[in-house]
Each structure stands twice: as C-alpha cells, then as structure tokens.
Design a protein around this ligand. Structure first.
Ligand SMILES: [Fe+2]
Ligand SMILES: [Fe+2]
Length: 498
C-alpha cells in the first residue's frame, strides 16, 4: 500500500469532533469539568494546535529522547558524581527530585482530564500526547533519583515526598492542587500550561540545566533538557484557549486566572530555583543570579507573551519586582535555620566570597540579610550551634504555606484577614488577594502551624513535629550541607585580626 504524505492525511486524522446524539453537549461537557460558558459553538473546532505531530512521529522522537538520556546516564555512572560533586550540588538534586518527580505524575492526570473534558478537539489531541509526556518524564526522574537512594536515603524523597506532611510538600501540594488538579479544563490550561509552564518551568529546566553542566553533572543536564523538550511542546496548549476566551469577551476572567497562577508559581520557584541558584550552587559554577534569570525569562519573555495576547501584566507587578530582590533571601534564612525539618541538607552559601557575590548581585544584602547571618556566624564561632536552630515555629502563610518573611531592618509584615470567625495570615497582599478571590476554595485548609495549634501533631514538640513531617523514619532531617566547613574562613580571619 503506498504511503500518503503526512500533509495529505494529517488534517483529516486530527478532526476528532462529532455531534453527540445520545446525550446533550451539557451532559457531555459539564461546566465544572469543561467550562466554556459564553464561548460560541463554532469556536471549538477552530482550536489550531500550535504544535502538530502524529502519534508515530511522537513515539519515534520520545524513544530517541529516552535513549539519549539513559545512555548518558549509563556512560557517566562510573564517574561517581555522588562522591565527587560539591555537596551543594547534591542538595540541589535532592530538592529537585522530591519537589518535581511525582508532581509530573499529577501533571499526567491534569493533561488526561483535558483529553476527556475539553470541548476543543485540537486540545484533546495535544493533551493525549501531553499525558504521555508527563508519564515519561515522571518515570525518568524517579529512575534517575533511585540510583542515589542506596548511597543517601534523602534520595528516597523523590518518591516519598508528596505522600508526606512535610511542610514543603504541604506548600507544593496546596499550589499544585489549586492550579493543576481542581479546576475545569480551560482554567487549568491557563494556569498550569500558560502561567506555570510557559512562564516558570523554563527557569528550572533551562537555568538549572546550564548550572548542571557547569557543575559537571552531564547526566542531570541531559535529563532536564529531555524534560524541557516535552514541556515546551505541551505548554502551548494554553495559548489558543486564551485566544478563544479573549475573542469571546472573557479577557478579565483569563487575566484573573493568570494573576493567581503567576503568583502561586512565583512563591514555589523562590525556593525551588531561587535558593539553588543563589546559595546552593558552588560559587565557581554560577553563571548568573536567580534575579538575572528571572529578568530574562519572566520579566522580559513572559511579559512579552502576555502583551502579544493583549493581556496585561499582573496588577501586582511592582510588588513582584521588589520581591525579586528580596524574598528568597528571607526564605534562605528560614530554611537553613529550620534545617531539621528538611529532607535535604541546605547549603548556607554565605562564606566571605559568596557574600561579596551576593552584595554585587543584590546591593544592600550585607546590611540587611547579612546582619542576620552575622549573628548566626557569631554563634557558630563561639560554639553556640544550638542557638542557630529556632525553638519556635514560624508564621506560615495561609496561601503559599511557606514562612512569612521580610527584609531585616526594612519590612516584615503579616497580612491578616478575618474570615468566618477564623484569623488567617498571609505573607503578602497578593496571597491575601488570592484567598479573597474564592474564599470557599481555600478556607478549610490548615497550615502546618494551624495543625500544631489545633493539637493535631503529637507529642507537641520538635520530635513530634519531625515525625509528623515524615522525618526520622527512612531518613533523618537536614543539616548544613558542608558540615559548617564554610565557617573556617571566618575563624581564620578572626585569628589573623587578633
Ligand atoms: Fe512535566
Ligand atoms: Fe508539563
């Protein structure tokens, strides 16, 4: 049988729309799952997939990508990266695998829901392959992390993390459940594919891939390039959805979804990417600062894609730009201090040379965040290590579920809200605004601190908290990544001065 050219059959093959005769459109595509209210009937078939590929081509490409990633891994295994890499780099791997691998599986469920519920036939086609993308690279990341598990039980968290009540995972689940798992197909495509994927995953997958290569971890560099090539394709699912909504006069609704998802993603990436780039990455391998990556990928590129669609920057853009300079430094102080509650060993990243770099990239750092580190360093120098671990719990934001932080000597503000007799705390005006958009969506959730105060964590002490968070079972909580070796330079300096 002669083979037809792709162009001769593709348009016919992708036309999977039909008119239901046994049920009504409303029954087939119920509002809660599908949405689409107010979008005219003839708009649905106009969805033009931004990325066209046949199933045969798809499988062939994916097979080659898998072969590339697995063969690099096999070839480099004997270099024993775990033993030879800087501990700061190993920390980045632990953080990444735990926060990302199983979330990719959630993303497979997210994409598969479009295949069933989206009224756009073109979106259903793209999402079917998107589902396979997410399954592929969720398995890839679990497999790559597994190699390290016998050497270091922190790597068990690649699989375990999302099933624990660790505070970091509570924060991640709260955000991902909101954006990926609990909204109709159209809202999810805008939040997860457009705002989260085209906006932020580039930062983790492209920025971190370059860092990995410089740190000598070519296996990880290849792995996340492979993932990014999946993401870059299915991330485009959201754009035609936005266009259809804007054409149907629903710009405000679309903008609202973007504003919520952009901020929720920002808070996650301050920790997931911000701390690795500015603190965990060995100084000699850093290319740019987190802020510089954010400026290139978000402030310039994402803002341009909003503009191209006729959308606006989120209303809180000025607050976001200020946060770029400050927020993750506060989180670094918090995470390093509460290190027993982590499944990885955070790097302090504040030796004298690192501090010069931080001051250069973030002018004023030494006079603000640096002053807090001065106290920590003084305690470590004088054998008061126990004073560097707080004896109390932080205030946790009821939206982002990460600690409420500020800039020392400048501002630290809690944004409270009383709602139905309960007092909620928020780390920013924007987190509080998100809550107010749909209080019934968020009001029942208890942060880790709320749970502690409600008597749900027993015994109510540090040991009880750690056990509740899943630490001390398969692996212990975190400690300084470099075993405080970075303190040596401070001790030497003092001896010389004295
Ligand atoms: Fe993914
Ligand atoms: Fe994805």
């Amino acid at each position: 049988m002669p083979l037809l050219d792709r162009a001769e059959w593709y348009d016919l093959a992708r036309t999977t729309e039909w008119t239901p005769s046994y049920v009504s459109q409303e029954e087939l595509f119920p509002v809660g799952h599908s949405d689409g209210q107010g979008i005219p009937d003839d708009a649905w078939s106009k969805y033009d997939e931004p990325y066209k590929v046949s199933y045969r081509e798809y499988v062939d490409t994916q097979r080659q990508k898998d072969a590339g990633a697995y063969s690099v891994k096999a070839a480099l295994e004997r270099l024993d990266l775990y033993k030879n890499a800087d501990p700061g780099w190993i920390t980045i791997l632990k953080l990444h695998y735990a926060a990302v691998a199983v979330v990719e599986y959630n993303a497979a469920l997210q994409e598969s829901r479009y295949s069933r519920w989206s009224r756009f036939p073109g979106m259903r086609n793209m999402a079917t392959l998107g589902t396979l993308d997410e399954i592929r690279h969720s398995q890839l990341q679990l497999y790559f992390a597994h190699e390290y598990a016998p050497k270091d039980r922190h790597f068990d968290w690649a699989h375990e993390a999302m099933f624990t009540e660790n505070w970091g995972m509570v924060a991640a689940r709260h955000a991902f459940d909101d954006m990926l798992m609990t909204r109709d197909a159209l809202a999810t495509a805008i939040m997860a594919n457009f705002a989260f994927e085209t906006g932020y995953t580039n930062l983790q997958f492209i920025g971190l891939s370059a860092d990995a290569a410089r740190a000598g971890d070519y296996t990880f560099a290849k792995l996340i390039q492979s993932i990014q090539s999946d993401e870059a394709r299915h991330a485009q699912i959201g754009t035609p959805v936005l266009q259809a909504m804007i054409e149907a006069g629903q710009k405000d609704k679309a903008q609202n979804l973007i504003d919520i998802a952009f901020w929720r993603s920002w808070k996650l990436f301050t920790i997931l990417t911000g701390l690795p780039m500015d603190y965990y990455m060995p100084l000699e391998h850093r290319e740019g600062s987190f802020k510089e990556f954010m400026q290139e990928w978000i402030v310039d590129q994402f803002a341009r894609s909003l503009q191209d669609l006729g959308l606006d920057k989120p209303w809180y853009w000025d607050i976001f730009l200020r946060d770029l300079d400050e927020h993750h430094h506060g989180q670094q102080l918090g995470l390093w201090s509460w290190r027993p509650t982590l499944w990885f060993n955070p790097a302090a990243g504040v030796g004298p040379d690192e501090r010069d770099w931080l001051e250069e990239k973030y002018p004023g750092w030494n006079d603000t965040f640096g002053k807090c580190w001065d106290v920590i360093i003084d305690n470590l120098k004088n054998d008061r290590g126990e004073k560097t671990v707080p004896g109390t719990l932080p205030i946790i934001c009821n939206m982002s579920n990460i600690p409420v932080v500020g800039t020392p000597f400048k501002h630290l503000v809690d944004f409270p809200l009383e709602h139905n007799g309960r007092l909620y705390h928020f780390g920013s005006e924007v987190d509080r605004w998100i809550f107010e958009q749909e209080p019934e969506r968020y009001e029942g959730h208890l942060s880790i601190v709320d749970r502690f105060l409600a008597g749900k964590i027993n015994p109510p002490d540090l040991g009880g908290v750690l056990q509740y968070m899943g630490l001390g079972v398969v692996s212990e909580g975190g400690d300084d990544a470099h075993g405080y070796a970075w303190m040596e330079k401070y001790k030497t300096t003092e001896r010389k001065a004295g």
